[in-house]
Design a protein around this ligand. Structure first.
Ligand SMILES: C[S@@+](CC[C@H](N)C(=O)[O-])C[C@H]1O[C@@H](n2cnc3c(N)ncnc32)[C@H](O)[C@@H]1O
Length: 249
């Protein structure tokens, strides 16, 4: 099987994985953002924070205060660093508010911070008297020097795609088209790790790009959705089901 998937707490599962097991960590942790005050950020569920959540299930890990969030990221990124091969990359999603704590945690965990990529969401609502908040960010870091001979790619710093609407499975689901492009930072034939996998978008993208995948997700409901999506992606690839592979975002 080109993927393994674990339902459980990221730190516990990461501790069970061997050194040098993956070539890239690409993950979208709960942002613990979404509120003007600390109280708003820690007292509301993910569903209450995201107005577009509608009938989608809640997920865990959205109510940490700022110091706890820093520790959560640092601990998990430290284990992820140990598990990543030298010259491998970390790509960590965040929003504008949590960008500073995420870059602090990434560096405290030993990663060499290399830059910030932008995910632009063209369908975001304009807001009267304000700047449109139509971007999220992806911090890029490496475990030591970049090995451009092993992976001689030229990748953009800006990715534009709306959040999936039709058939959306997760409150904060990322577009597979964007995730496929991001996966290309992984050396050919490598393994991608996502320790906050949600509905499995990173894994679907990694498999479609020809990588192996290790996923971890704590919320049971989303772990089941991710495992099903990954199994279906493997089936489509193995049967060359081109119509399904090109299916909705
Ligand atoms: C922002 S969502 C990821 C969405 C995903 N990118 C997608 O496209 O579906 C973050 C996920 O991390 C999970 N999570 C939160 N705390 C966790 C933990 N300690 N260990 C593993 N997963 C966790 C949540 O349940 C949630 O599904």
């Amino acid at each position: 099987m080109p993927f393994s998937f674990h339902q459980g707490d990221a730190l516990t599962v990461l501790a069970s994985l061997p050194d040098d097991a993956v070539d890239a960590v690409i993950t979208d942790p709960p942002y613990n953002s979404g509120g003007r005050t600390a109280k708003e950020r820690t007292n509301r569920t993910a569903k209450q924070k995201y107005s577009s959540a509608k009938d989608l299930a809640d997920f865990t890990g959205e109510n940490m205060d700022q110091r706890s969030y820093g520790f959560f990221l640092t601990q998990n990124l430290t284990e992820a660093y140990r598990i990543t091969r030298p010259s491998g990359s970390a790509l960590i999603f965040t929003d504008w508010r949590q960008l500073p704590i995420t870059s602090d945690a990434l560096q405290a965990a030993g990663w060499l911070w290399r830059g910030v990529l932008t995910w632009h969401k063209p369908a975001a609502r304009p807001q009267k008297g304000r700047f449109k908040q139509d971007c999220e960010y992806i911090l890029w870091a490496t475990k030591g020097p970049v090995d451009a001979e092993r992976n001689p790619v030229y990748l953009p710093g800006l990715y534009s795609a709306s959040q999936p609407r039709k058939g959306r499975k997760h409150i904060t689901e990322k577009p597979v088209s964007v995730m496929r492009e991001l996966c290309k930072i992984t050396a050919p034939g490598g393994t991608v790790l996502d320790f906050c996998a949600g509905s499995g978008s990173t894994g679907v993208a990694a498999l479609l790009e020809g990588y192996d995948f290790i996923g971890i997700e704590k919320t049971q409901h989303y772990a089941e959705i991710a495992a099903d999506r990954l199994t279906e992606t493997v089936r489509q690839i193995s049967t060359q089901d081109d119509f399904a592979l090109a299916g909705p975002e």
